[in-house]
Design a protein around this ligand. Structure first.
Ligand SMILES: NC(=O)c1ccc[n+]([C@@H]2O[C@H](COP(=O)([O-])OP(=O)(O)OC[C@H]3O[C@@H](n4cnc5c(N)ncnc54)[C@H](OP(=O)(O)O)[C@@H]3O)[C@@H](O)[C@H]2O)c1
Length: 284
């Protein structure tokens, strides 16, 4: 058992407590992968997942057994991670709540506000998380918000879980999570969108698809790492690439002429607005 995970897992074993996932799809898999990778035994992971194929995949990928519906096994859960779509959260909560009233609840659902979750579960021990899919490779970014009555020990437990998938940032006002959802939750899709477009441009210019994609992905990876390690702002890093009258200048001028920067901000605000709508539509 690695020291990093150590204390909580040992406590869990002593109490025979588990971490349960309601929903065993993409996001649950990313977190389960992180936990298993840090040495959490498969027997300490419970999953409720109605889809046969998803249950088989969880068993094959992570060695964890999943149930088609909530039941008595959930009573062992010290932490319940809610990883269902916003559209099905209410129904899933109604089915599972009788078995996990005393757990700490961690929701990754976009938009669904903690007031709704508290009402559905009859509990105030609720933390909302907004992770992203780079969690799959340990480079996730997660925004966290805790209801006021969540104590320090519960917050620390959430941090330990989320740390298996990457970094996290606490926000102290729940509406900010809609912004986190729009920026980093949905963000990987914006990056892939740019990689797709850059790859298309490469192919148009005569490179093979494999060459173009490798150049595009490697450029994102390198530029993101440079921005991460540098003390200088991205604007300055961009200026260093942009020789006056040169090639980058031609490209950035074309992007600015079409208002691409403003369009990106508009797109991210649309995602933020949709997160709030999801809370209204599928909350209580
Ligand atoms: N994917 C992302 O990038 C991302 C990032 C941050 C947050 N999130 C949030 O994470 C949540 C899950 O998203 P996802 O991408 O992981 O979706 P997903 O892959 O579709 O996973 C959700 C899973 O929950 C299952 N499910 C449906 N009803 C259920 C119930 N009553 N009890 C138990 N399980 C049930 C679904 O089964 P069926 O397919 O049979 O319905 C599905 O396998 C969403 O709320 C989303 O907002 C996602």
């Amino acid at each position: 058992m690695p020291g990093f995970w150590g204390r909580w897992a040992i406590d869990c074993r002593a109490m025979e407590s588990t971490i349960a996932f309601i929903g065993g799809g993409n996001m649950a898999s990313a977190i389960i992968g992180g936990l298993r990778g840090q040495g959490l035994p498969a027997a300490q992971v419970e999953v409720v997942e109605p889809w046969d194929e998803a249950r088989a995949r969880l068993a094959q990928q992570f060695g964890v057994q999943a149930q088609a519906a909530p039941g008595e096994a959930l009573r062992r859960a010290g932490v319940v991670v809610w990883a269902v779509k916003p559209q099905t959260f209410r129904e899933a909560a109604q089915a599972a709540a009788p078995f996990c009233a005393d757990a700490l609840h961690l929701s990754v659902a976009a938009g669904i506000r903690s007031d709704s979750i508290a009402a559905w579960l009859g509990s105030e021990r609720i933390v909302r998380a907004m992770p992203n899919t780079p969690a799959l490779v340990g480079l996730g970014m997660t925004g966290l918000y805790a209801r006021p009555s969540v104590g320090d020990a519960d917050r620390a437990q959430v941090e330990r879980i989320v740390a298996t998938t990457g970094e996290s940032v606490w926000v102290d006002a729940e509406p900010l999570l809609d912004g986190v959802t729009a920026l980093s939750g949905s963000g990987p899709a914006y990056v892939f969108f740019f990689i797709e477009a850059m790859t298309r441009a490469g192919i148009e210019m005569g490179l093979t698809a494999a060459q173009a994609q490798r150049l595009a992905v490697g450029t994102f990876r390198g530029a993101a790492e440079l921005a991460h390690r540098s003390d200088e702002p991205p604007e300055l890093l961009r200026q260093r690439v942009t020789s006056k009258g040169g090639t980058t200048y031609a490209a950035i001028t074309a992007l600015q002429a079409d208002g691409v920067d403003a369009l990106l901000v508009k797109a991210i605000r649309a995602a933020q607005a949709r997160a709030a709508e999801l809370g209204d539509e599928f909350g209580r």
